[in-house]
Design a protein around this ligand. Structure first.
Ligand code: DAT
Ligand code: MG
Length: 233
């Protein structure tokens, strides 16, 4: 069995075979903070499964083989241990605006502790919707998706924070609201994939790409929240 640990911002893998089963920490270097998480303890955390691709380890074994079991784990405290500040594009879709859910949705990200750096109500032109969803161009539902996104104003937001991309996806929930966990935005507030109220970037790269797509220069604010020292060490 293997265990994952985080040393500063760098994930590493160590074999627990050399460790006692009761060991909860190990020392890599005097200044390193190490968290040991026996996979066995967490294999039933189904709610974390959709984020696998965002955190999958691609580390190869000595003979080039993938460490499949390390690729199948996603632990929230590992995210919390990351020191990478990311940006994500969150958009309240026209149904969320029409249904009066703007405050509710914004408040979930605020309460979590992420930082809002951009916010606007915006009528999306067709070309922008097509560019945003260009990866889905070949899908049969694409024309309906574009009609939906351009059917009324959307609320465009840029959010910043440690691990914000994956965490926002978890707050949002599964694409099909009927599969989304209660407690998530889609799980609590929507019923159909074609009316799933909110968008969230699916990778840090797409977070940057989408923020650049939806916001002009000067529309984003760089600021330090007063609560910052109470949120992060
Ligand atoms: P997500 O929004 O969870 O990132 P996605 O990127 O796969 O999901 O798809 C973008 C949007 O397209 C999704 O929020 C709703 C719509 N969509 C996806 N699959 C669909 C389907 N099978 N039928 C209708 N709309 C769909
Ligand atoms: Mg998507």
């Amino acid at each position: 069995m293997e265990s994952l640990c985080i040393v500063r911002a760098s994930p590493c893998v160590s074999s627990s075979s050399s460790l006692s089963s009761k060991t909860s920490s190990l020392s890599c270097a005097p200044s390193c903070r190490v968290i040991l998480n026996p996979i066995k303890k967490h294999h039933n955390l189904a709610a974390f499964q959709p984020a696998f691709h965002l955190f999958a380890s691609t580390q190869s074994g000595p003979h080039g083989s993938k460490r499949n079991h390390t690729a199948r784990i996603f632990l929230p405290h590992l995210v919390a241990s990351m020191e990478e500040v990311e940006e994500t594009y969150i958009m309240i879709k026209p149904d969320g605006v029409q249904r009066g859910l703007v405050g509710e949705i914004i408040s979930r990200f605020e309460k979590k502790g992420f930082k809002l750096t951009g916010l606007k109500l915006f009528q999306c032109p067709k070309e922008l919707a097509e560019e945003h969803y260009k990866d889905l161009q070949s899908k049969s539902f694409f024309p309906k998706l574009i009609d939906y996104i351009t059917s009324g104003p959307v609320v465009c937001m840029a959010w910043e924070g440690i691990g914000v991309v994956a965490s926002a996806r978890k707050l949002i929930g599964a694409t099909n609201p009927l599969n989304a966990e209660p407690g998530t935005i889609r799980g609590d507030l929507a019923v159909q994939t074609g009316r799933n109220v909110v968008h969230g970037s699916d990778s840090p790269e797409n977070g940057k790409r989408e923020i650049a797509l939806w916001f002009k220069e000067g529309e984003l604010s760089s600021w330090t929240p007063a609560q910052q020292p109470w949120l992060t060490e």
